[in-house]
Design a protein around this ligand. Structure first.
Ligand code: XIL
Length: 369
């Protein structure tokens, strides 16, 4: 009897040990590249937004078809805010003078509401993805400034009113400043500028504010860390604020690459814009592994390019965390490396999640602090 009992105990001990080891191995396999195996990893249960809950909101740009299946689950886990990548832009949402197309934007807003997420509206006034009809009369001639402004007012009022209380922030004006190193060239020669001069800029913010006084209103642009362009934007914003125009924040799009911006230029841009009393968000973050259009050597996610991307992401998030008093949000432009708007002419691997929606090594560096 004694012998049988002790045999059973040995078997029991052996089985228990087996179960424990198996559970540990299973749990650690949920971790991903860059994590050491064999450790039960509570971090894998958290999403990106959870690591940053004491810092700023983490968001992502989406199309309605991102919000189904495994991708929807991954988005709910990792992000606290959605930006419609295209469907709220003037062209898609307002295809002709008397026609608005709300369905796609409504789907994104409904998903956000159902899952307790915020929505950033993008974008009310832009030179691109805007119906040509806005600038033409029925004969195809260019409209007057009065007509153009009346149309812009109707557009902004309708769109902002529809999502009042549901969209907490708007990119009111996108990319109005030129990249030119010539400091005398300031405003992009868009149709809006050519027809209306500077006037449309302040008006756009006023109309957005009238339609939803609680919405946080952004000026949004790229290359905001390049000193010449940064200063042009700063001067424009300073003048607008002095004139009492309701602007609350600056969106640094954050279409960066692994060599640019430098840590200094990133810090300086945040400091300079926030010195005007404005909040800052990174609104369209992605970090391509290519440093230019002509960077075609060793195409692909090579170990060297991967390491440079890891270093860049680490640096950028360190700066952003340090500046959490003024940085209120960071939004990624697309969900994962499976599909990015930068994938043409070659795949760019610019995000923190890989083609299988799994966290990359850069992700684990971004959440390690
Ligand atoms: C891009 C979208 O990601 C693409 O799908 C679309 O074809 C073109 O626009 N700056 C912006 C964004 O403010 O709206 C742009 O989005 C990327 C650059």
């Amino acid at each position: 009897m004694k012998i049988i009992l002790s045999k059973n105990r040995t078997l029991f001990t052996f089985l228990s040990a087996f179960v424990v080891v198996t559970v540990i191995m299973l749990l650690s396999s949920f971790g991903s590249a860059g994590r050491s195996a064999g450790v039960i990893d509570a971090d894998t249960l958290k999403g990106l937004k959870d690591f940053y809950k004491d810092y700023f909101t983490i968001g992502v740009a989406v199309a309605p078809n991102n919000l189904i299946g495994a991708q929807a689950e991954m988005i709910k886990k990792n992000f606290g805010s959605l930006t419609p990548e295209n469907v709220m832009k003037p062209g898609p949402i307002h295809p002709s003078e008397n026609k608005y197309f709300w369905d796609d934007a409504d789907k994104i807003v409904a998903f956000a509401q159902a899952n307790g997420m915020k929505v950033r509206g993008h974008t009310l006034t832009w030179h691109a993805q805007t119906g040509a009809w806005m600038f033409k009369d029925s004969l195809g001639n260019q409209v007057t400034k009065e007509v153009a402004l009346a149309r812009l007012k109707d557009h902004i009022t309708q769109v902002v009113s529809r999502y009042k209380g549901k969209v907490y922030a708007w990119d009111v004006l996108n990319e109005a400043i030129v990249d030119d190193n010539d400091t005398s060239k300031v405003f992009r020669q868009s149709q809006w500028y050519k027809i209306c001069g500077e006037e449309f800029i302040g008006k756009a913010f006023q109309w957005a504010h009238e339609a939803d006084p609680k919405a946080v209103l952004f000026y949004n642009d790229y290359n905001t860390e390049v000193p010449v362009k940064r200063d042009k934007i700063y001067n424009m914003l300073k003048k607008l604020l002095k004139a009492g125009i309701p602007i609350n924040a600056v969106g640094l799009q954050g279409h960066w690459h692994t060599d640019d911006p430098s840590e200094k230029n990133l810090r300086d841009a945040i400091d300079k814009f926030s010195s005007l009393g404005l909040k800052i968000q990174i609104t369209e973050l992605d970090v391509t592994i290519y440093t230019s259009r002509t960077d075609t050597v060793n195409i692909g996610f090579t170990p060297e390019r991967e390491q440079k991307q890891i270093d860049f992401y680490k640096m950028a998030f360190k700066v952003l965390r340090e500046k959490k008093n003024v940085v209120t949000g960071v939004t990624f432009w697309n969900v994962s490396d499976a599909s990015s708007w930068l994938d043409r002419p070659r795949k760019s691997y610019p995000l923190l999640f890989d083609v299988n929606l799994k966290p990359k090594k850069a992700y684990w560096e971004v959440v390690k602090f």
